[in-house]
Ligand binder design. Sequence first.
Ligand SMILES: [Mg+2]
Ligand SMILES: [Zn+2]
Length: 206
Amino acid sequence: MITKLVILDRDGTINHDSDEYVKSAQEWTPMPGALEAIARLNHAGWHVVVASNQSGLGRGLFDVAALNAMHAKMHKMLGAVGGRVDAVFFCPHSPDENCSCRKPASGLFEQIGERYGMDLKGVPAVGDHLRDLQAATAVGCEPHLVMTGKGAQYKGQSNLPQDFPANTQAHVDLSAFVDWLLLKTQAAAKSSAKATQTSHNAGSSA
Ligand SMILES: [Mg+2]
Ligand SMILES: [Zn+2]
């Protein structure tokens, strides 16, 4: 069983998004520093999975073979920088299919929880769109907004719109989110080491 899991959106979070949809491996291009950021997570012991709306499938803009080719490219490019995504969970439906997996619905997150056999409460989830964070918080994940892709519109704003989950944390990009998470977990590890030492000292002086 794993304990350190991060859930990432794909388009606009890892790779450049497009209003015309990312329809082929050729059109799938990572944003600067994003793959290296995933590798840094992995090296610190984090498992990374992707949860992605891919309505382009339901809209007939590309097929599953094309989607697989995009992800083969992602895995290969990640491997080249020492990174790894465990799995990609995607919703293939168009909005009018009213499925339970298209974010902001929480179906993809529920699938992830089932696959890993874990409660997703407190698991960091990162996305560039409000609906990513709504889906994440529906299962108790910790919501993180990246200000890339659709999230670029919030850059420089002191407050996010009201409809964002209250505990949303915003980061310039995926790399900045990883900086934040690694710093936080290092600080937590240090303070728990200190607490162990303090109680040990207290015990030995008694
Ligand atoms: Mg996105
Ligand atoms: Zn769906």
